[in-house]
Design a protein around this ligand. Structure first.
Ligand SMILES: [Zn+2]
Length: 506
């Protein structure tokens, strides 16, 4: 069984955090777990791949008609595919923090960029593996405030490296002799990265030219809005974008939009804030424009996404696969492929993942490629991002720190009779919405509603009859809503700390 042990010295101080938030370790923490062939994975290497905002159905291993991910599918063929996995939030920072710490967002409270940091007392997966003698490296965007430059998120990684396939391959070439843990966080599948890009692959060739023109037009309109903001609020933007930067680049900023000028300005932007603002400018207008294009926009958007996914599969996964085989590491490397959260494709009228916690924003792929495993196992049990941390430690035979709020899925993978299984999964949005979800029911509600027993802003869905989450049953199924509300409140003691969900003005 996995051991909840005192060997991790931070654990004692972190217990205080749980007490503050009224968290009490429930039955799930105390049960014995079945561990399938843990010995087989001791000192195995681990590669964790996070594809930002990728919904499971874009992958061939979830949707056989998709020809977007042949190399990921090949890995899934020899491993475990979870069909009901959910992230703990809908935006990168809180989601990735949950993934790396195995803590719910209402516990780690790392939600807002440029403001929050990962709790110092919390162990990250990288720290735990580092303590076990693993070499650790993280590949992503080092200046990204949602991830690479988020304070505390890369704790335990000996190296942070700007993401490029050849850098990952080179690192493995140089360090593959001893056990390693690498995490790869790619934005290839995030719309801000791929919209408007030109891909040279078979999937991109299928996007109608008329739609490509519309995307270009929307980028131009978005840029014009940005220029108008600059003209009208020039001094008002000094604080945010920097007076010197605005003045030094004024002429270029006022030029008509072109991909080359945009690239040049991104290159000249010294700070993440300026990059983010310009990204928003060229992509922010797309949502509005796309909404009026209807089905054409959805299909066109998915064409871009699938092209980007195929590109990643070819550029990263094919090379990784070949390298691991060449070095004989394929028999000793566990690979996890997941996303930090999902994305809305207009199901509720929006594009992106800023909205409420509908399934499209939190349903994620979760694939464990296990060395020596010769078949594909598909598991429909509920799973969460925060389970990745304890599951990996369990598979490696490494003690699990007591801060961990996820469960090891190793027992479920082995279908052990005593395996821990989720009845519910949980999460929180950056705006304070909470969700509790079983296989059948889902309740989304503001923290205030949870603690003050009102239904204001609450939504209840019967997912077996209404998987699209269109019919709010909060007024009809009051008993179900009350049970879920109680479960959420009591399990985590969320209303014990008044500061967490105080009424406005308190
Ligand atoms: Zn993200």
């Amino acid at each position: 069984m996995p051991v909840h042990t005192g060997i991790y010295r931070k654990t004692a101080s972190f217990a205080a955090v749980f007490l503050v938030f009224g968290f009490f370790c429930g039955a799930a923490c105390a049960k014995e777990r079945a561990v399938p062939a843990a010995a087989a994975y001791q000192k195995a290497n681990v590669i964790l791949i996070i594809l930002d905002a990728l919904r499971p159905e874009r992958l061939g291993c979830y949707t056989p008609s998709q020809d977007t991910s042949p190399h990921i599918d090949a890995l899934a063929q020899r491993g475990v595919v979870f069909t009901n996995a959910f992230s703990q939030s809908h935006l990168t920072l809180p989601s990735v923090t949950s993934l790396f710490t195995s803590l719910y967002p209402f516990v780690h409270q790392t939600r807002h960029i440029f403001r929050d940091s990962v709790p110092e007392q919390a162990y990250t997966l990288a720290e735990v593996l580092r303590l076990q003698g693993y070499q650790t490296a993280w590949f992503g965007y080092l200046r990204d405030p949602h991830s690479g430059s988020a304070p505390g998120l890369l704790k335990g990684f000996e190296e942070g490296v700007e993401i490029r396939p050849e850098r990952i391959f080179q690192w493995i070439e140089q360090n593959g002799e001893k056990p390693f843990f690498i995490a790869v966080h790619s934005y290839a599948t995030h719309e801000k990265d791929f919209i408007g890009n030109q891909f040279e692959n078979k999937i991109f060739a299928r996007i109608p030219k008329s739609f490509l023109q519309k995307v270009e037009d929307a980028r131009v309109n978005g840029w014009q809005g940005f220029q108008s903001d600059l003209r009208n609020k020039r001094e008002g933007l000094y604080d945010f974008l920097g007076k010197d930067w605005i003045e030094q680049n004024w002429d270029l900023l006022m030029e008509p939009y072109s991909a080359e000028r945009y690239k040049e300005l991104m290159y000249r932007a010294p700070q993440s804030q300026q990059k983010l603002y310009m990204l928003e400018a060229v992509t922010g207008g797309l949502e509005k424009a796309f909404a009026s294009y209807g089905e054409e926009a959805t299909q066109g958007f998915l064409g871009f996404l699938d092209s980007a996914l195929f590109d990643f599969d070819q550029n990263y996964m094919a090379g990784l696969h070949a390298l691991l085989e060449k070095k004989g590491l394929d028999q000793n490397t566990v690979i996890v492929i997941t996303a930090d959260h999902g994305n809305e494709f207009f199901e509720h009228g929006r594009l992106g993942h800023l909205g409420p916690l509908f399934d499209e924003s939190i349903h994620i792929p979760l694939i464990f490629h296990l060395p020596g495993h010769q078949e594909s196992v598909v598991i429909n049990d509920l799973a969460q991002s925060i389970d990745i941390f304890p599951t990996l430690l369990d598979l490696l035979g490494v003690p699990i720190p007591s801060q961990v709020q996820g469960i090891s899925l190793a027992g479920v993978m082995a279908d052990s009779p005593g395996a821990n299984r989720h009845d519910y999964v949980y999460g929180q949005s950056v705006g304070g919405l909470l969700y509790i979800r079983s296989r059948q029911w889902k309740l989304i509600l503001p923290g205030e509603s949870l603690c003050y027993g009102t239904d204001t802003g609450a939504q209840l869905f019967d997912l077996t009859r209404d998987p699209q989450e269109k019919i709010n049953l909060i007024a009809k199924k009051t008993r179900v809503a009350a049970k879920l509300r109680k479960k959420l409140r009591d399990r985590f003691g969320l209303c014990n700390d008044k500061k967490l969900f105080a009424r406005p003005g308190n």
